[in-house]
Write a protein that binds this ligand. Structure first.
Ligand code: ITT
Length: 195
């Protein structure tokens, strides 16, 4: 059994990654490990923030761990919200949520192309390795569905006519940026332990 601490405070991410991992892998969330820490994300890239989060938890625990930083990038907004996805509408009373702000900025915008990106930073035996997953698609005109989290109700992946918010977790996994990054993580770990 390969046991890893998952350096996140986002329970949706824990659920999705647990569901995406094959047998033989076990992950412990920060909450389960009793670590109540808001990990800083001060950097301008997903890569650097992912490294920051895994490094903080590795330094704290000395245990094998991984983090992931993810974001939604839109073409018409030059990559925004991107690295600021979780905090996009913070300090902007005009918007009730991140999706609300995104839809307002894209109103009457013909180009609705977007992609989700996940960067996983694994620290195993003291060494870091990163894995990336992408999911291309477009932003819906209005939120649809209540599944998932974050921008799921407004994101329609290529190959579907439904938003992630309208899908079950199993359906989302067929397209998911997070699942793609996890698959690469699993291949790497399996090679490492020789199974
Ligand atoms: P941790 O840093 O504790 O892992 P977080 O929620 O702050 O949790 P991020 O900094 O990686 O996570 O921010 C990612 C944000 O991007 C997240 O809060 C959502 O708004 C959005 N996001 C990422 N993946 C998503 C997905 O699969 N579906 C919908 N929104 C997603």
């Amino acid at each position: 059994m390969i046991e890893l601490i998952f350096a996140t405070n986002n329970e949706h991410k824990v659920l999705e990654i647990r569901q995406a991992l094959p047998e033989g892998f076990s992950i412990i969330s920060l909450r389960e490990a009793g670590i109540l820490k808001d990990i800083p994300e001060p950097h301008p890239t997903l890569e650097a923030n992912a490294t920051e989060k895994s490094t903080v938890i590795y330094q704290l625990t000395g245990k094998n761990c991984f983090s992931e930083d993810s974001g939604l990038e839109t073409e018409a907004l030059n990559g925004a919200p991107g690295v600021r996805s979780a905090r996009f509408a913070d300090d902007e009373p005009a918007y009730t949520s991140n999706t609300d702000k995104l839809l307002a900025l894209l109103r009457n915008q013909g180009n609705r192309k977007a992609r989700f990106k996940t960067v996983i930073s694994l620290i195993i035996n003291g060494k870091e390795q990163r894995f990336e997953g992408l999911c291309t698609g477009k932003i819906a005109e209005a939120p649809l569905g209540t599944g998932g989290f974050g921008y799921d109700p407004v994101f329609i992946p290529d190959g579907s006519d439904r938003t992630f918010g309208q899908m079950t977790l199993e359906e989302k996994q067929e397209f998911s940026h997070r699942k793609k990054a996890v698959k690469k993580l699993v291949v790497y770990l399996k090679e490492l332990v020789g199974s």
